[in-house]
Design a protein around this ligand. Structure first.
Ligand SMILES: [Zn+2]
Length: 346
């Protein structure tokens, strides 16, 4: 069986759309048909090789999608053929299977435990979680990374309490989801910081009480105007820009927490005054919000069903699979206000 795939052949270049050959499943693997996939900063970073030279080229990409199970390999028990599933990069229940390799005209194409920029994908059992058939596929895709990361950061890393002041640096998919989650747990105020006015408008829709455009406003001065000189209880940094990391840390109160979601480019190092860390101040990086997909995704679906969580509004742009390079270019040019969604199969 063959499938269309968008393959990263060369770093910093558009993806190459080419057919891949689907191999036979081995122990713990699941073959899925990908319905729709989001694109997140991690894929942009992979394409741009920000962590250094890419040893795995050519390879597949993508880690948040909704899909349908077509076939299961030996040993698989948590999903069955016909199941609607969320594809995620955090490990969930089930077997941690070997990664597949796909034959193609370009030679062997490498793949991780989950990839979503291909019509058919072989995923490791522990990277797929069954969801109800009637779950909106776009909302499902967002639970593969953006939303689960954001809510995990709030619950597990920041441990936000009612009335905590929260500053969110960067209003991309994760930042906007953090804002929505912070509103749900009654944080106040919720301050969104970005350099694009449209994104700040979106942040307001998601629940930000204040917005700061750091291009033309002094973030530290503005935040202190809003919450007082002590700074915010929680600062969540989603951009990975070292200057922004420094600012997020600086505006965090002496007993507050700075949580890093964004990862700086290789070789870039923030400069921080560390003495407060010996007292109550906390600085930590999150690993995907320490989300446990099979535990957390069903909870969030309950909130969607109850009308308490609206993920659909996060999706602002949609592209056909053949236009995936346009989506990537628009993302890099900051043209996408919320999350973009790729229709992988029609
Ligand atoms: Zn992601």
């Amino acid at each position: 069986m063959k499938a269309k795939a968008a393959i990263l052949v060369e770093s910093c270049k558009p993806l190459v759309i080419e057919e891949i050959e689907i191999p036979k499943l081995t122990f713990g693997q699941v073959l899925v048909k990908v319905i729709c996939s989001g694109i997140c900063g991690a894929q942009i970073n992979e394409i741009n090789a920000v962590k250094g030279p890419d040893k795995f080229l050519p390879h597949l990409l993508g880690h948040e999608a909704t899909a349908e199970v077509m076939e299961i390999g030996e040993g698989v028990t948590t999903v069955k053929v016909g199941d609607r599933v969320v594809m995620h990069w955090r490990k969930g229940a089930g077997i941690h299977a070997p990664t597949p390799k796909y034959k193609s005209k370009l030679g062997l194409v490498n793949s991780g435990w989950v990839t979503t920029f291909n019509e058919y994908a072989i995923a490791s059992e522990n990277r797929v979680t069954t969801v109800p058939d009637n779950l909106d596929p776009e909302c499902g895709a967002l639970m593969g990374c953006a939303v689960t990361t954001a809510f995990g950061v709030l619950n597990n890393d920041a441990q936000v309490r009612i009335g905590d002041s929260v500053a969110v640096f960067g209003s991309g998919g994760v930042g906007l989801s953090v804002i929505q989650g912070a509103k749900m747990v009654s944080a106040h105020p919720i301050i969104a910081i970005d350099i694009v006015d449209n994104k700040l408008e979106m942040a307001k829709k998601m629940g930000a009480t204040h917005t700061i455009n750091s291009k033309n406003e002094d973030v530290i001065v503005k935040i202190k105007e809003i919450v007082g000189n002590n700074g915010v209880d929680i600062a969540i940094e989603t951009t990975g820009n070292v200057k922004v990391i420094e600012t997020a840390y600086e505006v965090t109160s002496a007993s507050g927490k700075t949580i890093l979601v964004g990862v700086p480019k290789k070789g870039e190092k923030p400069s921080l005054y560390t003495l407060p860390l010996h007292f109550e101040k906390v600085l930590k990086g999150t690993e995907g919000g320490r989300t446990v997909p099979d535990r957390d995704i069903p909870k969030y679906i309950r909130l969607i069903d109850a009308g308490k969580l609206d993920l659909k509004q996060l999706v602002t742009d949609r592209y056909d699979f053949d236009k995936i390079n346009d989506a990537i270019a628009d993302l890099q040019a900051q043209k996408i206000v919320g999350r973009c969604m790729i229709n992988i199969s029609k």
